[in-house]
Design a binder for this molecule. Structure first.
Ligand code: PLP
Length: 838
C-alpha cells in the first residue's frame, strides 16, 4: 500500500491507518462485513452517505482521536482489516478450478463503470454490467483489470420540478473526493499517457480504484498541463458532439492500451464492452508491429486473436459512426485509409462513415451479443460484413448478461441465502439443481417473511426520499403531511424503473388511465407503484413521458399514497427498489432490449417479473416463474399493437397477479401460490442470471479459446502462414469454379460427386462442403466433401465426393467452398464463400 492517499485525508492516527485501506477498497459496496465499523465511527455520516471514503474525508480530527483512544474500536478495526486481507488472499475459485491458469490477464475496456454511487461514472445498464463484471472477477479470482475514463461530471442528475418535468444538473466529481488514487510511476511521478491530437499533444492522468482483487484504471484529461478545451474531454459521459465523442473514444481505446503498457500489465485478452473502445485494437496492433518489426496487417492478425467484442445494440442505428473527414484529422500511427477501411461495410467506399462496431468486429476474433435473442439480432445486423453467408453463420455468439448478486440482495435475503446455501455461494460454481434442493427445506412462511421485511424497508426508504423530493420542490404542507404516510407495507408493491425512452414504453400503464386508477384503488386487491427513471437530456420523447406520469400523479391527489415517482434513478435507488418490490415490470418493444438486467436484480430478493418477451426474459420465462406479455414477434412501433399489449398487461395484473398475491392465504397470512412462484423464480433463475455464471461462460467460451489462438500467433511463422493464406484466398478466389454436380443414390444414402477447379489457389486453403438450411435458427448443417483424384488434364482440378444418409430431400443440399486453415476462424478472418449455382 502506498502512503499516497494520506495526503487526501485528514491526518489519521497510526492506530487507524487501516481505515484508509478498507475505505479505498470498493469491495465494501457489496461486502457489508465492516458496516458496523463505519456506523460506529460516524453514525450520522454513515446513514446519510454509506460511503466510507467520504466518512474518512469528513470526520473531525477530534473524533479520530477519540476512536484511536478507544481500544475496543482499534481492536475491531484490526479484526476487520485482518479478515479483509485474508479474504483477498484466500485461494479463489479460479485458482482451484484451474491450477494452471489458462488465461493470465484480461483487460476489460468500457466507457462506463457502475460500481457504486461513490464513484458515479456510469449512466445505465452498460456501466452496471461492467461494474458487475469486475466485482465478479474479484469474487472468482479471474485476473481482470478494468480500463475506463474518470468522468468529471459523470452522467447528469435528475430533478423533477414543480411542474413534473425533468431538469438536469451536473455536479462536479472532485476526483480527490472519490475513492480513487493517482497512479505513480517508480520515481513517484504521476503516471500520464500522451496522445497526439491535431496540432497538439494531450495528456491523460491515471487513477486507480480497487475492487477487491480486481483493479480499475481510469484516465482523465482534466490536467492543468492540457489546453483548457482539452481538459473537458473526460467531463460529460455521453455529452458533447461527434468530435468530442471521437476524442473520448480515442482516450479510452488508445489511451487505455498505452496505460496498460506503462503499468507493465501484459494482457492476453482485451475485452471491448461495446464498440466505444475499438481503437484499442489499432493501438494494440501498432504496438505489436513496432515491437516485432512487422507490418501493421501482420500485427493485426497476430493480436486480434486476443480481442473479444461484446455488442450491446439491437439496431445498427445505435452504432457510433464518424465522418471520414473528421477521422482523417486524427493520427493513429497508420495510414488513414487503412484505418477507415476497417470501419466500413465496403472498404472501398471513400464516402462511407466509419463505424466503431465494424472496427470492433474486424479487430476481434470472437464477438457476442448479450442474450440468446440479441445474438440472433446481432447476426442479422452484422450480416452486411459477411456477404453470401447464411445469417446463422455470421460469427456472433451470445453470452446472456447476469448481475452481481451480492451487490443487489437485501439484508433479509442475505440472511436467508447464507442460511440455506452457505457464505461462499456466489464465489464458486453453485448450480441451479443444487440450490433448488437446498431450498426445499425453507418454509413458505420464512420466504414470505423475507418478502415482507424487504417491502417494509422499501416503504420506509421511499417515504423518506419522496418527502425530501417534495420539500425541495415547494410542495404544500398538506402534500407533505400526506406523503409521510404514503405507501403501505402490506400491499402488493410494483416497481418500474429504467431509462425513459420510446422503446422502453415506460408509459404503457398510462394507456388507459381509468383502468390504472381502478387497479390502484381496487377494494380487495389494491396495488401500489414506485416509478423512477431519467431521460437523456436530448430525448424529448422520454422527457415527455416523465412529465405524463407526474401529471397523472398531480391530477389524482387521492392516489398520492399509492403512486410515487422518485427522482434521480441511480444505483442507490435501484438497489432499494429491487430489494423491496414484489413485482418488477418491464415493457420494452421487442427486440430493442438487448438483454435488460434490472429484472434479474429482483430474483435473489424473491421479487417476481412481469415483462415483455424480449432480452433475457424471452429465455427465462416459464409460467412457473413469472408473467409475460408479447407473442415473441416484432411489431415495430405499431400503435395498435402497443394498445393490445397494454390491455394484456392490465388484464394480467387484474386477473392473475393481484389475485395470486391476496388469495389462498394460509392461517398465518402467507399467500401459498405467490410464495410457490417466488421459490421457483429464486432458485431457478438467480444462479442462471448471475454474473458468476456469465463470467465463467466468458472465460470458458471466449477468453480461453481466444488465449489459445493468441498464443499460437506469438509464433511469427504461423502469422506469416496465416497472412499467405489470406492473400492467396483474396487474390485467387475468383478463379475457383465448379464442374457439373452429379448425385447418385441407393436405398439409404446419397452420393455427391463434384469436380472443382482451383487454378492458382492451393486446394489446401479451402474446404468444400455440402450445406443445408437448418430447420430452426440453430447451427448450420454441413458435410465436408473429401478431395479425391486430380481431374485428368486439368490445372489444379480435383474430384470431391461425400456420401450422406437420406435424412432430407436431396434438393436441400447445396455445395459450397469456403476458406479454411487450422488456427484461423472463418468467416471472421476470411469471408469469401462460393456457392454451387442452382
Ligand atoms: C440495473 C440498472 C440499469 C439497467 O437496467 P435495464 O433497464 O434493465 O437496462 C440501469 N440503471 C441503473 C441505476 C441500474 O441499477
Amino acid at each position: 500500500m502506498s502512503i499516497e492517499h494520506y495526503s487526501l485525508l485528514p491526518h489519521l492516527p497510526k492506530e487507524l491507518l487501516a481505515l484508509a485501506d478498507l475505505a479505498l477498497d470498493l469491495r465494501w459496496s457489496w461486502s457489508h462485513a465492516a458496516d458496523t465499523l463505519w456506523e460506529h465511527a460516524a453514525a450520522e455520516l454513515w446513514s446519510l452517505t454509506r460511503n466510507p471514503w467520504l466518512i474518512l474525508q469528513s470526520i473531525s480530527a477530534e473524533r479520530l482521536e477519540q476512536l484511536a483512544a478507544d481500544s475496543d474500536f482499534v481492536a475491531m478495526l484490526a479484526d476487520f482489516h485482518d479478515s479483509h486481507e485474508k479474504t483477498l488472499a484466500m485461494p479463489s475459485w479460479y485458482e482451484q478450478a484451474y491450477p494452471q491458469p489458462p488465461v493470465r490477464q484480461i483487460a476489460y475496456f468500457s466507457m462506463e463503470f457502475g460500481i457504486s454511487e461513490a464513484l458515479p461514472i456510469y449512466s445505465g445498464g452498460l456501466g452496471i454490467l461492467a461494474g458487475d463484471c469486475l466485482k465478479t472477477a474479484s469474487d472468482l479470482g479471474i485476473p481482470m483489470v478494468g480500463l475506463g475514463l474518470l468522468w468529471q461530471q459523470g452522467y447528469f442528475r435528475q430533478v423533477i420540478n414543480g411542474n413534473g418535468c425533468q431538469e438536469e444538473v451536473f455536479p462536479f466529481n472532485n476526483p480527490h473526493h472519490l475513492p480513487v488514487l493517482p497512479v505513480r510511476d517508480a520515481k513517484g511521478e504521476w503516471l500520464r499517457v500522451e496522445l497526439p491530437f491535431p496540432g497538439r499533444l494531450i495528456l491523460l492522468r491515471a487513477w486507480e480504484a480497487r475492487i477487491g482483487r480486481a483493479r480499475l484504471y481510469l484516465l482523465d484529461s482534466n490536467d492543468p498541463i492540457n489546453h483548457p478545451a482539452d481538459c473537458g474531454i473526460t467531463s460529460e459521459l455521453y455529452g458533447g458532439g461527434s468530435e468530442m465523442r471521437l476524442q473520448q473514444e480515442i482516450c479510452l481505446g488508445v489511451g487505455g492500451w498505452l496505460l496498460l503498457g506503462k503499468l507493465g500489465i501484459q494482457t492476453e485478452i482485451c475485452h471491448l464492452n461495446e464498440g466505444h473502445a475499438a481503437f484499442a485494437v489499432i493501438a494494440r496492433a501498432r504496438d505489436h508491429a513496432q515491437r516485432h518489426g512487422v507490418d501493421f496487417s501482420s500485427a493485426l492478425h497476430a493480436t486480434r486473436a486476443g480481442n473479444i467484442f461484446t455488442t450491446h445494440t439491437p439496431v445498427s442505428a445505435g452504432f457510433d459512426r464518424f465522418s471520414p473527414e473528421l477521422l482523417r484529422q486524427y493520427s493513429f500511427g497508420i495510414a488513414a485509409e487503412t484505418l477507415l477501411a476497417l470501419g466500413r461495410e465496403n472498404p472501398e467506399d471513400r464516402e462511407e462513415p466509419f463505424n466503431m462496431a465494424y472496427l470492433a468486429m474486424r479487430g476481434s476474433i470472437l464477438a457476442n451479443g448479450v442474450s440468446h435473442l440479441h445474438g440472433q439480432v446481432s447476426r442479422r445486423i452484422f450480416q452486411p460484413l459477411f456477404p453470401g453467408w447464411p445469417q446463422e453463420e455470421v460469427p456472433v455468439t451470445h453470452v446472456t448478461n447476469g448481475v452481481h448478486v451480492p451487490s443487489w440482495d437485501s439484508p433479509a435475503a442475505t440472511t436467508t441465502w447464507t442460511k440455506v446455501c452457505g457464505k461462499g455461494r456466489w464465489m464458486g460454481d453453485l448450480e441451479e439443481e443444487e440450490i433448488n434442493g437446498l431450498f426445499q427445506d425453507v418454509s413458505d412462511q420464512s420466504l414470505w417473511d423475507l418478502r415482507s421485511q424487504a417491502r417494509s424497508r422499501l416503504v420506509t426508504f421511499a417515504r423518506d426520499r419522496h418527502l425530501r423530493q417534495l420539500a425541495s420542490t415547494g410542495a404544500s404542507v398538506e402534500q407533505i403531511k400526506q406523503a409521510e404516510f404514503a405507501l403501505d407495507p402490506n400491499i402488493l408493491t410494483i416497481g418500474f424503473a429504467r431509462r425513459f425512452t420510446a422503446y422502453k414504453r415506460p408509459n404503457m400503464l398510462l394507456c388507459d388511465p381509468g383502468r390504472l386508477y381502478r387497479l390502484l384503488t381496487h377494494p380487495r386487491y389494491p396495488v401500489q407503484m414506485i416509478i423512477a427513471g431519467k431521460a437523456h437530456p436530448q430525448d424529448d420523447v422520454g422527457k415527455n413521458m416523465i412529465h405524463q406520469w407526474n401529471q397523472f400523479i398531480a391530477g389524482h391527489p387521492d392516489l398520492a399514497d399509492k403512486l410515487v415517482f422518485l427522482e434521480d434513478y441511480d444505483m442507490l435507488l435501484a438497489e432499494q427498489m429491487v430489494q423491496g418490490v414484489d413485482l418488477w415490470i418491464n415493457t420494452p418493444r421487442r427486440p430493442w432490449e438487448a438483454c435488460g438486467t434490472s429484472g434479474m436484480k429482483v430474483l435473489v430478493n424473491g421479487g417476481l417479473n412481469l415483462s415483455e418477451l424480449d432480452g433475457w426474459w424471452a429465455e427465462a420465462y416459464t409460467p412457473e416463474v413469472g408473467w409475460a406479455i408479447g407473442d415473441m414477434q416484432e411489431h415495430d412501433s405499431d400503435l395498435a399493437w402497443d394498445t393490445k399489449e397494454a390491455n394484456d398487461l392490465y388484464s394480467l395484473l387484474e386477473g392473475e397477479v393481484a389475485p395470486l398475491f391476496y388469495h389462498d392465504r394460509d392461517p398465518q397470512g402467507c399467500p401459498c401460490g405467490w410464495v410457490a412462484m417466488m421459490r421457483e423464480s429464486m432458485t431457478r433463475l438467480t444462479p442462471r442470471f448471475s454474473s458468476n455464471r456469465m463470467l465463467r461462460e466468458y472465460l470458458e467460451r471466449l477468453y480461453m479459446p481466444a488465449t489459445c489462438l493468441y498464443a499460437k500467433r506469438q509464433d511469427q511463422a504461423f502469422v506469416d502462414a496465416l497472412h499467405d493464406w489470406r492473400v492467396a484466398v483474396e487474390r485467387h478466389w475468383n478463379q475457383v469454379h465448379f464442374g457439373e454436380l452429379c448425385i447418385t443414390e441407393d436405398d439409404d444414402t446419397y452420393l455427391f460427386h463434384l469436380p472443382v477447379y482451383f487454378n492458382d489457389l492451393p486446394p489446401d486453403f479451402v474446404k468444400v462442403e455440402l450445406y443445408a438450411i437448418p430447420w430452426d435458427h440453430s447451427k448450420a448443417i454441413t458435410h465436408s466433401m473429401q478431395r479425391g483424384e486430380a481431374i485428368g488434364g486439368s490445372i489444379n482440378g480435383f474430384h470431391f465426393t461425400v456420401c450422406i444418409p437420406k435424412e432430407r430431400p436431396v434438393g436441400d443440399y447445396t455445395p459450397r467452398i469456403i476458406p479454411a486453415l487450422e488456427g484461423a476462424i472463418v468467416p471472421t478472418e476470411a469471408r469469401q464463400i462460393l456457392w454451387y449455382p442452382r
